[in-house]
Design a protein around this ligand. Structure first.
Ligand code: MG
Length: 410
């Protein structure tokens, strides 16, 4: 592949009016969702695409002071300089070129992630095969292209609100319902109890990252008691129960026998594997954060035979959804995919109550067409590469808006 151009576009999908979600001891404000679209073009006129995420702390490391730079600027400068005019034989050649840049390590990882996915998209188009086929050949697996989805929704609401969402998502046939508690220990307990009684055919997952984001966090004993309580009620997993770096905390909680999940916040593919050694039952790598398809491979192989299930973290657009879907379709012993539910999702059947978290229209508009979802299962597209086309009109219709996408106020 002869790379002629690498472009990055920062886009914002406004949440208007701004949403306020009260949680235990504070309010979370949601202003918008940001997406960085990365486009790589080759000399034969093909285009490979991906979406990138860069955490705000990683960006602060790079742009000092009041600069409002985005990851798109990193792509347009350092990443483009490293790759444009280069001929890439193996996709890992591009990893090496990016490793040689002076980017801080976390941004380098994000850059490698975005480029890896875009180059896989290109390679698939070059040989006329969907990415899952390329990966399945390398792994010697039989691809699974009908993937069960779990719905990721529920952000700080009254216990009854979670129950309403879970009921709707159960009707839609989703494998699971993941929600974000953090409304106080008693109310969090009540939520689990109400949910466990209200639904039969949908698994329950708790994404409890808020517990450690609380300024006056629940404290270790309370967290342990809540984890045990949720496990007693049969929940499928409890995600990020302690701060990402607190691997000792994971080890202690794993001791309770509760099913634990984590991984999205790990800073590199090797950190992901380190977390896998703490006793978690579900490891959540993400092609957008862990060096793409190439980087997630080691974590997937680590999980095989260890009784750990690899279930990718996936919380962005339909483009990122398809990228992680190809990974799951090919990976040995992985099958479940996270499906974030946003308002007015055109791929879901209409229901009386909208189970979406908040509006994120760019998540849908970024690709042409829509994913095929029936009864809670998605068919992975079999067209070459990622199998979906980007709708470049989003460059015009979703201009970048300065400022953080969300804030916690205490
Ligand atoms: Mg999460």
């Amino acid at each position: 592949m002869d790379i002629v151009s690498v472009s990055g576009y920062a886009l914002s999908s406004p949440i208007d009016p701004v949403q306020e979600r009260p949680f235990f001891g504070g309010v979370r404000r949601l202003h918008k969702r940001d997406v960085v679209l990365v486009v790589v073009e080759t000399s034969d006129g093909r285009r490979g695409v991906s979406t990138a995420g860069a955490s705000s702390s990683a960006m602060r490391e790079y742009f000092e002071g009041d600069s409002h730079g985005t990851f798109a600027d990193v792509v347009e400068t350092t990443v483009a300089d490293a790759l444009e005019g280069r001929s890439i034989e193996e996709i890992t050649d591009a990893h090496e070129l990016l490793r040689a840049t002076d980017l801080p390590s976390r941004l380098r990882t994000e850059a490698i992630s975005a480029i890896d996915v875009a180059l896989y998209d290109l390679r698939g188009k070059e040989v006329g095969a969907p990415i899952y086929e390329l990966l399945a050949t390398a792994w010697d697996t039989e691809p699974t292209t009908e993937l069960p989805l779990y719905a990721s929704a529920g952000m700080y609401m009254e216990p009854e609100g979670y129950v309403e969402q879970a009921t709707v998502l159960e009707e839609l046939g989703f494998f699971g319902y993941k929600y974000r508690p953090g409304i106080g220990p008693d109310a969090d307990r009540r939520t689990v109890e109400l949910l466990a009684t209200a639904v039969d055919d949908i698994e329950l997952m708790l994404d409890v990252h808020t517990w450690w984001k609380l300024r006056d966090s629940y404290g270790r004993d309370t967290v342990r008691a809540l984890v045990e309580h949720a496990a007693d009620r049969g929940v499928y997993w409890i995600e990020e129960p302690v701060e990402p770096d607190d691997h000792e905390g994971y080890v202690e909680l794993a001791d309770t026998g509760a099913p634990l999940a984590g991984g999205e916040s790990e800073k590199s593919p090797s950190d992901l594997i380190t977390l896998g050694r703490t006793g978690v039952d579900f490891l959540q790598g993400d092609v957008r954060h862990h060096e793409g398809f190439t980087g997630c491979q080691a974590a997937i192989e680590f999980c095989v035979d260890r009784n750990i299930e690899f279930v990718p973290h996936n919380f962005g657009t339909w483009l990122g959804l398809q990228a992680n879907a190809h990974l799951v379709a090919a990976a040995p012993e992985a099958q479940l995919l996270e499906y974030p539910v946003f308002e007015d999702d055109p791929a879901l059947a209409e229901t009386e109550t909208d189970p979406g978290m908040y509006p994120f229209e760019l998540a849908f508009d970024i690709i042409e067409g829509q994913p095929v979802i029936e009864n809670g299962r998605m068919t992975v597209p079999d067209a070459p590469g990622l199998g979906v086309d980007v709708d470049l009109s989003v460059l015009e219709s979703y201009p970048f808006i300065d400022g953080p996408w969300t804030e916690f106020h205490y």
